[in-house]
Design a protein around this ligand. Structure first.
Ligand SMILES: [Zn+2]
Length: 264
């Protein structure tokens, strides 16, 4: 089972495991992303907060159901984007809103906010470690490369239907499928637009989908599996409200259906 990628949003990382660092060899991979990007559970499990390491700062252990323990290090400790260090290692700052120490969590559920606490000061990133069977660390890089990248974190109430907003450039269209190279996502109700690493998402286009004129004109110039024309410009797609599923969170082909499309 691939893990869920521990950050939702645009992020970059490399194979920096065992790189020499100030105090010891690097025991994980650093995932660079913006301030307060959601850190999500790599798998189902139980969380333990850890706040007593000056170097790690605000940190969290995820004890996964598989037996693997994951470390989330350098979570947020700022109350403003000015790197004020005025935030405590508490829910709503470092940890997800309302999350309790010892809580059971689901894969993809937000557990923290990305930050620069501890000796990461000045470089927002998640230091992520993987400890199979709770033992010695291994290189997270292969797991991260194979991980499922989510379009959005698991909502607090997964039973409630959600609609997604997807912004991107169409890649192909036809035969009831719209393929979009997505660069930003938002969730309704309650979300806000979040940049993601550009990725292709294949959406079902039901007969009743509403397309504004310029979007329809643009889609008419695309054919199934044809590369996007250089003239392709950005569209905003709103999906049909649906109950949250792992496939939908991952943006699996056909898991999302177009409700309406507008240009821009
Ligand atoms: Zn690190």
């Amino acid at each position: 089972m691939p893990i869920v990628f521990p950050i939702v949003g645009a992020a970059r990382y490399g194979d920096d495991y065992r790189d020499p660092r100030a105090n010891a060899e690097h025991a994980g991979n650093d995932i660079l992303t913006t301030w307060r990007s959601p850190a999500v559970a790599a798998e189902d499990g139980t969380v333990t907060f850890w706040t007593r390491s000056a170097r790690a700062g605000c940190m969290l252990y995820l004890h996964g159901a598989s037996g693997t323990t994951y470390l989330y290090v350098h979570l947020n400790n700022d109350l403003t984007p000015r790197r004020d260090n005025r935030g405590a290692c508490v829910p709503g700052v470092a940890y997800a809103d309302g999350l309790e120490d010892g809580a059971k969590v689901k894969a993809g559920q937000q557990i923290g906010y990305n930050g620069d606490s501890g000796d990461a000061e000045g470089t927002y990133h998640l230091h992520f470690e993987v400890h199979p069977n709770g033992g010695a660390d291994v290189n997270p890089f292969p797991s991260l490369n194979a991980a499922t990248r989510l379009l959005f974190p698991l909502p607090a109430n997964p039973a409630r239907k959600v609609a997604l907003g997807l912004r991107g450039v169409p890649v192909s269209a036809g035969a009831g499928v719209l393929e979009l190279s997505v660069t930003a996502v938002r969730v309704w109700p309650g979300g806000r637009w979040t940049a993601i690493a550009p990725r292709s998402v294949e959406l079902a286009v039901p007969d009743g989908a509403q397309l504004d004129e310029s979007a329809a004109a643009q889609l008419a110039t695309l054919t199934p599996r044809a590369p996007a024309s250089r003239a392709a410009t950005r569209l905003t797609v709103i999906t049909v409200p649906a109950p949250v599923s792992p496939e939908m969170m991952a943006g699996a082909p056909g898991a999302l259906a177009v409700d309406r499309v507008r240009h821009g």
